[in-house]
Design a protein around this ligand. Structure first.
Ligand SMILES: Cc1cc2nc3c(=O)[nH]c(=O)nc-3n(C[C@H](O)[C@H](O)[C@H](O)COP(=O)(O)OP(=O)(O)OC[C@H]3O[C@@H](n4cnc5c(N)ncnc54)[C@H](O)[C@@H]3O)c2cc1C
Ligand SMILES: *[C@@H]1O[C@H](CO)[C@@H](O)[C@H](O)[C@H]1NC(C)=O
Ligand SMILES: *[C@@H]1O[C@H](CO)[C@@H](O)[C@H](O)[C@H]1NC(C)=O
Ligand SMILES: *[C@@H]1O[C@H](CO)[C@@H](O)[C@H](O)[C@H]1NC(C)=O
Ligand SMILES: *[C@@H]1O[C@H](CO)[C@@H](O)[C@H](O)[C@H]1NC(C)=O
Ligand SMILES: *[C@@H]1O[C@H](CO)[C@@H](O)[C@H](O)[C@H]1NC(C)=O
Ligand SMILES: *[C@@H]1O[C@H](CO)[C@@H](O)[C@H](O)[C@H]1NC(C)=O
Ligand SMILES: *[C@@H]1O[C@H](CO)[C@@H](O)[C@H](O)[C@H]1NC(C)=O
Length: 609
């Protein structure tokens, strides 16, 4: 920053501090605690209020909040602390060692459902800062890292309202945490007040939806914010007649939280579209603490924004309603190429190239395909053919097998399996996933055109993701999803998702692991590799692609365009301004966050001056 700008901002800061609050904040009548002035790397900011600041609520105020939320306010103590002598938290040091609990936590640590049920921990550890991990050395430090300070275990709308009001009035960083699946840390925040919505588990099926968009009168389901994919599908298939819902491939991702607010793709997306396309209504506590319903008739701008316009940005969702679809018999299959079959890496990549060259064709035939690529290993599990027979699926897979055979690629192809319902297939072929070591995650969805014209270039980019640099040979890992959100056309603008979804067919995630005790320098270096080597290679290979909000690098340049595109983004930014003018809600790289920044190494959330 040059001298003059610096002077100017100091001056503005002075003015800010001298003027009566309402003058500075304009319409911010109900915002008694002002932003806290700070300087970081020569720039001036106004920050949220944190422990140690004069504005941090006194114990009495927290006690009042606790009473309002029925005693469900807790100081966050990481479960991992059971393996450490002390938890040195923001509010003080407490002794925590408990051998039995430590053993329990260590055993459960990678299990998805266990993580989901905790107050605030995350499945993907990178954005926790790994500052308290299971260990056999109790003397090692356990500090909060990027976790919040307090959690409200909400189970009533009044609890959520109380949390939102408290955060707004006291200028606190507010985090909404549901299952903790978020790849990019949006369900955690240093020093924050966390609203945990996972206890909202009610699910209600409705035969005839009333008052829906464009007069929809078909079957529907209303799900609480905390309900998760497989549990919902299990209840859906038990209806008479059996129905199904668009969920993620992952059994434990929520539905009404980050999933639909990011768009939501899953095994049924090729047939029906994105989850966001089929939302009918949301009940939401907004930034001003009001409970509103958002549907096509009421608060329609908010309704649209909640359908893919960005998680944790417009309000706290209590429940959401979705169309349901008739359950159908389905077929599935698997295929592998790995080192048991060939260790010839040239042959291996030729196999991947041939597999991937069929991506558009598979989608055109109504398939969804989930696959992983690790060094020397392609694992396709499963191919999903909803409402098709095993005979039909066999026929669809024939050209792929013929091409692999003709090229002399050894591959293992499992039997094509017939299932009485899609849910049976889901239980049999989709696997539980697990939390693992810290990893950087990004992703890119390839346009159909890119696959048609430049599949070879895409494969080269995949090689880059597996081995991004000389010292990172065979360190990468990828997860691919072939689906076509535009295979069966959806009305234009039905959801606030990127229009490019409709002409794309492979969403590829790529992960770069890093050591649990990585230094800031190592983290910055690998982040640079992710953004400037791997992401760049993907984008160069597939310029017609897009980034999926829930599965992409949050630090990327031009995220507005990659996530939403130039027609959708400006509308979302306006809706954010309407519903949350003061920035009660914040999640990185979501609409309207341009003026906010997390400074001081991932800790304080501040507004730029
Ligand atoms: C193993 C794995 C598999 C996945 N598979 C898929 C997939 O198949 N398809 C897909 O589309 N995505 C998938 N995802 C990504 C997933 O959609 C996102 O991680 C999503 O953000 C999870 O939402 P959540 O509410 O369950 O998790 P959380 O981490 O608790 O929350 C995620 C975000 O949503 C916000 N949020 C949560 N609850 C609410 C609420 N009640 N109101 C407002 N905001 C809220 C949070 O503040 C945060 O910003 C997968 C992720 C993982 C880790
Ligand atoms: C909130 O109240 C409950 C019940 O009285 C108590 O157990 C809990 O410790 C309180 N939380 C805080 C942060 O004091
Ligand atoms: C671990 O703890 C949970 C809850 O605290 C308990 O339900 C479970 O039985 C424990 N498991 C083991 C193996 O001790
Ligand atoms: C945590 O607190 C304990 C007890 O006061 C102290 O011995 C230890 O050094 C502290 N650790 C850290 C990492 O601050
Ligand atoms: C986060 O981790 C880094 C090491 O990568 C460390 O230097 C920093 O102090 C940690 N920050 C917090 C808030 O724990
Ligand atoms: C390769 O895939 C087959 C089929 O699933 C499996 O049995 C085998 O263990 C795999 N080999 C390796 C090295 O992973
Ligand atoms: C690997 O396969 C390629 C293509 O068939 C072949 O040209 C090459 O010689 C093989 N390499 C080894 C080491 O066998
Ligand atoms: C299933 O396929 C049949 C034709 O094969 C079609 O008539 C029907 O609408 C499909 N059902 C669903 C739910 O997609």
């Amino acid at each position: 920053m040059n001298q003059r700008m610096h002077l100017l901002s100091s001056l503005l800061m002075g003015v800010y501090l001298l003027l009566p609050l309402h003058t500075v904040l304009g319409h911010g009548h109900d915002h008694p605690v002002p932003l806290v002035p700070r300087t970081w790397e020569g720039k001036s900011y106004g920050c949220k209020c944190y422990f140690g600041d004069d504005c941090w609520p006194a114990p009495k105020k927290w006690k009042e909040l606790n009473a309002t939320v029925g005693g469900n306010l807790v100081v966050f103590v990481p479960p991992e602390s059971a393996c450490h002598n002390f938890f040195n938290g923001t509010l003080g040091t407490i002794p925590t060692y408990d051998a039995a609990k430590c053993a329990n936590v260590t055993a459960n640590y990678p299990r998805e459902q266990w993580v989901n049920e905790q107050d605030a921990t995350l499945l993907w550890k990178y954005f926790t800062n790994s500052s308290c991990v299971p260990t056999t050395d109790p003397s090692s430090p356990c500090t909060p890292g990027y976790y919040g300070t307090y959690v409200i275990r909400t189970s009533k709308k009044e609890h959520i309202k109380a949390g939102v009001d408290f955060a707004r009035k006291n200028n606190l960083r507010l985090i909404i945490r549901n299952t903790g699946h978020d790849f990019i840390g949006r369900s955690t925040g240093w020093g924050a007040l966390v609203i945990n919505t996972h206890r909202f588990q009610d699910v209600k099926f409705i035969k005839k939806w009333k008052g829906g968009p464009k007069g929809y009168t078909g079957s529907a389901v209303t799900v609480g914010a905390g309900a998760q994919g497989r549990a919902l599908l299990r209840q859906a298939v038990a209806q008479n007649p059996p129905v199904t819902v668009i969920t993620g491939e992952c059994p434990t991702v929520g539905i009404a939280g980050g999933f639909v607010q990011g768009g939501g793709h899953g095994p049924l997306t090729t047939i029906f579209g994105l989850a966001a396309d089929h939302a009918l209504s949301f009940d939401v506590i907004t930034a001003n603490g009001k409970l509103v319903t958002a549907d096509e008739k009421t608060n329609s701008d908010l309704f649209w924004a909640l359908k893919g316009g960005g998680p944790g940005t417009y309000g706290v969702v209590l429940s959401a309603s979705f169309k349901t679809f008739a359950e159908r018999p389905s077929a599935g299959a698997t295929m592998y190429i790995n080192s048991t079959l060939t260790t010839n890496i040239t042959l291996f990549w030729e196999g991947v190239r041939i597999f991937h060259s069929h991506a558009n064709y598979f989608v055109d035939r109504g398939l969804y395909v989930y696959f992983t690529v690790a060094p020397g290993s392609l694992r396709v599990r499963p191919f999903v053919a909803f409402n098709q027979t095993s005979v039909q699926l066999e026929e669809i897979l024939e050209p792929l097998k013929a091409d692999l055979t003709a090229a002399g690629i050894p591959f293992y192809s499992g039997p094509t399996l017939q299932y009485a319902s899609f849910f049976d297939l889901y239980l049999d072929l989709f696997e539980d996933e697990s939390g693992g070591p810290p990893m950087l995650t990004s992703g890119w969805m390839f346009g159909r055109e890119d696959i048609d014209n430049n599949n070879d270039g895409i494969i080269e980019a995949m090689k880059t993701a597996i081995s991004p640099r000389e010292d990172l040979i065979d360190k990468g890992y990828m997860v691919g999803h072939l689906f076509g959100a535009g295979h069966n056309p959806q009305p234009a603008g039905i959801s606030a998702t990127n229009p490019r979804f409709r002409t794309a067919s492979d969403l590829l995630l790529y992960l770069v692991p890093l050591p649990t005790d990585a230094t800031l320098v190592q983290k910055a270096d690998l982040q640079n590799v992710l953004a400037n080597t791997i992401d760049r290679a993907m984008r160069d290979a597939a310029p017609n692609g897009l980034a999926y909000i829930n599965e992409a690098d949050p630090f990327q340049d031009n995220w507005q365009d990659h996530f939403w595109g130039p027609t959708v983004y400006p509308k979302l930014r306006q809706i954010k301004k309407t519903w949350d003018p003061e920035g009660v809600f914040y999640a990185i790289s979501m609409p309207g966050t341009e003026e906010w920044e997390v400074i001081e190494h991932g800790t304080r959330l501040c507004k730029k001056f």
